[in-house]
Design a protein around this ligand. Structure first.
Ligand code: B3K
Ligand code: ZN
Length: 838
């Protein structure tokens, strides 16, 4: 398949202004009658998209269309010499039951549901399946099912009218035997909105948190962005088989059930946090994505980067801002920096693609959000608010580009954003190098920026990088409060007159998505860790101290010094500090993070040595904290009924960290007691994974006995047994789990639990020297690709780091990639493997 290029964008010659759909649902023979109101804008043929559809009939303006007037292929319906205005009527037949790609109309657990983003609508009927064609919709659903939902407002049972212009990708339909938990919300404009969370009967006791998160999101968007909801109903539906997290269809959000259903017994604190974030994210799309959408799929970050930024702001407001920011940076580094450093690197706004589903990436989403954050830092909160207000006012109801977005900020603030725009087109993570010098009362900071080359981009220009920094005295007092320096040249120098050399606190709040190269002494880092005014910097200083020890342990087998262990001890026992922060500060850099950093330092990472070094560091920490562990753990006990909010969750997080350390000392005694005493899934999973690491063989069977009836809990069980297995056993464990009757490869959650549990959860196991991990994953991805290309292609990115490793592992990973490329039945997996092989 040929790539598509941003440069080739052209609007369609004929457009559709209204869509009328009639569905007669049937598992193997669903009939869709579509009535499209079409209008010519320019000369040219009308080419409608359509895939895997059986044509039953076609008519124009009420009369059957003569075969000479159209051409039908596997992917398109072309109308020859169509008039300037006409009604096109088609009838199509499809089989939702056999649709395992989970794109278009499919069935999950007996219900009908849809996923149309990015190009799934064309599997439902013939249409201009592109985001710049926005239409109003009328939908009628005929089925012998109690609940029939679509977008907009329900005008009669099973009949829906959506007055808001929308592109095809926001269309949705749900029908089944579902029950709702309901509430109401009155918007700031006085609109009464019915809120419903639809689930399968039996799950209605687990919807409360999602509903609560939805109401808080609606209020937040009114208060912070001035955006109110615009229909009389907002529906959320939980679906078991879903490729992604959730989908923002107009007025009818469809969710992976794991991001809706929660009860203290079945969901962990991080499940609750994910539900809150994703409910907010999909709701916020109503303005950033739906009311104002993307002109074409190259502009995906216009809605995704902005909406991720908004969900991050929301979470910072609802929870601890510091903890949230640190978590977001961890995710960015783990996923996006990794992507940017390998063969899949691409700009926030890609300029070409073969399969758009392959570009729902950490770069488009998370780096896209960082770009919005930088824009806000550069123009200031007022400038940002003014730019957003102009954007909403000017572009409501339109399909837009990044240029449209940036123009609003340039206009509202008078700032020239042409250099800033490079963040959208230049791939790769910039490296900012800092050198300090102090002489005769003159303190200098020399700055240098460099972006490494990435596929198709050998040369990089300097970016505008907002560097938030401050200065501390040796006593830890701040002598320069946070200031933002916009670094916009390759090199730059800052100078200060000072009595003594200060301690530089650079990149406060992680003010730009860059790699900071700054050789700071341990002494300076310890002062930052203890005293900086910025919590991100305190955490980062601690992390750098840990990282340098781990890198040395991997490369030279170095031991762990008392100075570092004392610092961790101080952190762990610092009662003034937020427990969630302490848990984050005690967490060591991940194995994959270390592998990436070693590679960046021109050391070939050895996954076994990394794993061993991390384990011995944990043992050293456990020994240093030994005397304090019982009291510290007791202090983290949370009395009373389970509360998912941040304060209690933070205590549980630190409690779990301490239990993991305790387990290294007592072989699992404390964890067994904790497992038996757990009255919520957070504590239970913490104890369970500790016991798996302690090789307690009885606990998995006990867990299964208790939870075999619960699909979402069992996903945790599947994943934990692989991710927490000894690396030498992880592949065999994963393979054994795939042989079980309840391993359903067509369910993406279950598939990811086992195979993702290996590739992402157990790096040393995945990178086993004999290549068994690579082979197992490749086999399963080839199998999955035949039915569900989207998830197979997404998970193939496990191989993106192949060039980091030693020659033997490179050969094995390359062979796995070639095997997947040659066996790929989809263009999704084909494109991914081609790009990774370069
Ligand atoms: N917009 C959807 C993602 C759709 C993915 C299609 N492959 C979820 C979200 O970002 O909100
Ligand atoms: Zn989104």
């Amino acid at each position: 398949p040929q790539p598509k290029y941003l440069a080739d964008y052209a609007p369609p010659p004929v457009t559709v202004t209204h869509v009328d759909l009639h569905f007669r649902l049937d598992p193997l023979a669903t009939r869709i009658r579509a009535r499209l109101t079409c209008e010519r804008r320019e000369p040219g043929e009308m080419v409608l998209d359509g895939e895997q559809l059986k044509l039953i009939s076609i008519a124009m303006d009420g009369a059957a269309l003569d075969p000479s007037r159209y051409t039908l292929t596997d992917t398109a319906l072309t109308l020859h010499d169509a008039p300037d205005r006409f009604i096109l009527e088609t009838e199509a037949e499809i089989a939702p039951e056999t649709n395992k790609a989970l794109e278009g109309l499919y069935m999950s657990g007996g219900m009908y549901c849809t996923q149309c983003e990015a190009e799934g609508f064309r599997r439902i009927t013939w249409m201009l399946d592109r985001p710049d064609v926005m239409a109003t919709y009328d939908v009628e659903i005929e089925a012998d099912l109690p609940v029939r939902l679509s977008n907009g407002d329900e005008v009669a049972p099973g009949k829906w009218h959506d007055p808001w212009l929308k592109p095809t990708y926001l269309f949705a339909l749900v029908a089944g035997n579902l029950v709702a938990t309901s509430d109401r919300f009155t918007t700031v404009e006085g609109r009464e909105v019915a809120l419903n969370v639809w689930v399968r009967p039996g799950d209605e006791g687990r919807t409360g948190y999602a509903l609560d998160a939805l109401k808080r999101s609606m209020l937040w968007d009114e208060r912070v962005y001035g955006r109110a909801y615009d229909l009389s109903v907002f529906n959320i539906v939980a679906v078991d088989d879903f490729n992604m997290g959730a989908m923002e269809n107009k007025g009818l959000n469809i969710f992976n059930s794991r991001y809706v259903l929660a009860s203290p017994e079945t969901a962990t604190d991080s499940d609750y946090a994910n539900i809150e974030r994703i409910v907010a994210h999909e709701y916020f799309h109503n303005w950033t994505g739906n009311r104002i959408t993307c002109r074409d799929w190259f502009q995906l970050c216009l809605k995704e980067g902005l909406t991720v930024f908004r969900d991050q702001q929301f979470m910072q407001d609802e929870r601890s801002a510091a903890v949230q920011r640190i978590g977001d940076v961890l995710t960015l580094r783990a996923r996006q920096f990794r992507e940017d450093a390998g063969p899949l690197a691409h700009p926030v706004r890609p300029e070409s693609f073969v399969e758009i589903n392959n570009f729902y990436t950490a770069t488009v989403y998370e780096k896209g959000a960082e770009v919005i954050g930088m824009l806000r830092r550069l123009v200031g909160p007022e400038g940002y608010a003014a730019g957003c207000a102009l954007y909403f006012e000017r572009h409501d109801g339109e399909a837009c580009t990044i240029e449209d977005w940036l123009d609003c900020f340039a206009e509202a603030t008078g700032r020239d954003l042409s250099q800033f725009k490079l963040w959208y087109s230049q791939a790769g993570t910039p490296v900012v190098t800092v050198r300090e010098d102090f002489k005769n009362g003159r303190y200098r900071i020399d700055l240098k920026q460099e972006t490494p080359q990435t596929p198709d981009q050998p040369n990089k220009a300097p970016l505008v990088i907002p560097l938030a920094f401050g200065l501390l005295g040796r006593d830890g007092r701040e002598i320069q409060a946070t200031r933002i320096h916009a670094l916009d040249t390759a090199t730059d120098r800052l100078e200060f007159d000072l009595d003594e050399k200060p301690i530089l606190s650079m990149l406060r709040g992680f003010s730009a998505p860059v790699i900071l190269q700054h050789d700071q002494t341990d002494a300076d880092r310890l002062i930052l860790l203890a005293h900086d005014t910025d919590p991100f910097i305190r955490w980062e200083a601690g992390r750098m101290l840990s990282k340098s020890r781990l890198m040395a342990a991997v490369t030279d087998g170095a031991g762990f010094d008392a100075g570092w262990l004392d610092a961790l001890h101080r952190l762990a026992t610092d009662e003034a500090a937020d427990p969630a922060f302490r848990a984050l500060a005690l967490a060591l850099p991940s194995e994959d993070d270390l592998a990436g950093s070693l590679h960046a330092a021109s050391v070939v990472p050895d996954p076994d040595r990394i794993h061993a070094a991390r384990k011995s560091a944990q043992r050293a920490i456990a020994d240093r904290l030994a005397d304090d562990l019982p009291a510290l753990r007791a202090a983290m006990a949370v009395p009373g009924p389970y509360d998912p909010r941040a304060a209690d969750a933070g205590k549980r997080a630190l409690g779990a960290t301490l239990l993991r350390l305790q387990t290294l000392r007592d072989g699992g005694d404390a964890a067994r007691a904790a497992y038996a005493a757990a009255d919520n899934m957070t504590d239970r999973m913490a104890a369970f994974t500790c016991l798996l690491e302690a090789r307690d063989t009885s606990v998995a069977a006990a867990f299964e006995q208790d939870w075999k009836h619960d699909r979402l809990v069992m996903d945790k069980w599947f994943m934990a047994q692989v991710a927490h297995a000894d690396p030498s056993e992880a592949v065999a464990q994963a393979e054994a789990l795939t042989q079980r009757a309840d391993f359903d490869a067509s369910n993406p959650n279950r598939f990811r639990a086992v195979l993702g549990g290996l590739s992402a959860g157990n790096p040393a196991g995945f990178h086993r020297a004999d290549g068994a991990g690579y082979a197992l994953l490749a086999d399963w991805l080839i199998t999955l690709d035949a039915s569900n290309p989207q998830t197979a292609a997404r998970m193939s990115a496990a191989f993106e780091t192949w060039r980091r490793y030693d020659a033997d592992r490179q050969t094995l990973m390359r062979a796995a990639l070639e095997r997947m490329r040659d066996a790929a039945s989809s263009r999704d997996l084909r494109e991914m493997t081609d790009r990774m092989l370069g």
